[in-house]
Write a protein that binds this ligand. Sequence first.
Ligand code: C6P
Length: 409
Amino acid sequence: MDIERIRKDFPVLSRMVRDKKLVYLDNAATTQKPSVVIEAIADLYRNYNANVHRGVYLLAEESTQAYEDSREAVRRFINANSTKEIVFTRNATEALNLIAYTWAEANIKAGDEIIVSIMEHHSNYVPWFRLARRKGAVIKIVPSRMDGELDMDAYKSMLSDKTRLVGIVHMSNVFGTINPVKEIVSLAHKKGAVVVVDGAQSAPHMKIDVRDIDCDFFALSGHKMLGPTGIGALYAKESYLESMDPFLSGGEMILKVTLDSVVYNELPWKFEAGTPNYEGAIGLKAAIEYLEALGMDTVETYERELTAYALEKMKTVPDIFIYGPLNAAKKGGILAFNIKGVHSHDIGTILDSEGIAIRAGHHCAQPLMIDCGVSAMARASFYFYNTKQEIDLLVAALKKAKEIFGHVA
Ligand code: C6P
């Protein structure tokens, strides 16, 4: 990968921050956008903006075609069977809630068991927690092992004939752990449970094949994979979508309404009430094409090299504790850490003064914070446009933070 050339595709990467060149290491929160994505959105508004699936005029035909082409791009990107299985949502959170309020609402009953992992983001924990409260279902939480990997033995022992749903994060947004989703799905299916995979962090960084994983549902967010904010997607096996009631009601999701009857639209539009975010979808298509041109295998290989480098270098920071696997083969480019005597927010502030953007806090994964016995962590997260030199700058700034604050007990 020619990183210097690639970086030129991202206008924001050349900006100065506090008199320093920006080092953007908060890619798990959101990624920066290449010019092709920015241009695709500008092109819509300059040349063919019209509401989709409504007008019979040329602009409306063009915008509708562009919107549906985006759906095909998502289908291809995750290797779904059909565009009927791709529902556009606002983000991964909405995709996960959609399942909770449709399939799960209709199918989970008192006494049923839902299995999630301790690594879940709130978006794949709170919807199931609330559902369990509503229904009288039981939540079981698979722990992680000391090495930051999922405890598969515990998972196997939790599965039972009562298990109805398994919610699992593909790549943890804190540990970076890549969970063995294919095996998790296969074991769950043997018990007749459905599996929801939270792919918010995996889809941007590795090749996804939902047919190979064989999951029933898969959620992703566009803004974490170079796309605009406000667009995400839910993949669901067609048979589930067919059997599910709509999530929201209104325009677009109906075929026919009379005073005393409603006929729902075909898939996938049955789940897309109201004017959709076609601007976002069009931007997402440009993002997917950009990623496809790079090649997801290339992206993954480069990021693994970067992660291995970061793991080695960060170990040299005095009193640092890195959470999650220390083996780059087991994780994505997400490194959460604490430095003894330095609050993670102070780390974030010192790094900001050096032009380095990271995230500090609970990362919307408070069950995992509780499990680790901390309230917050600092987190650096990489994308393919990051470099080893940026990691060197990060490590130097962390040493500085330790020097400034580290004497405090
Ligand atoms: N994690 C982070 O900084 P949304 O907000 O819907 O686009 O994505 C939610 C979400 C779901 N699952 C995982 C594993 C995630 O990491 C996220 C978003 C960001 O870690 C923002 S909290």
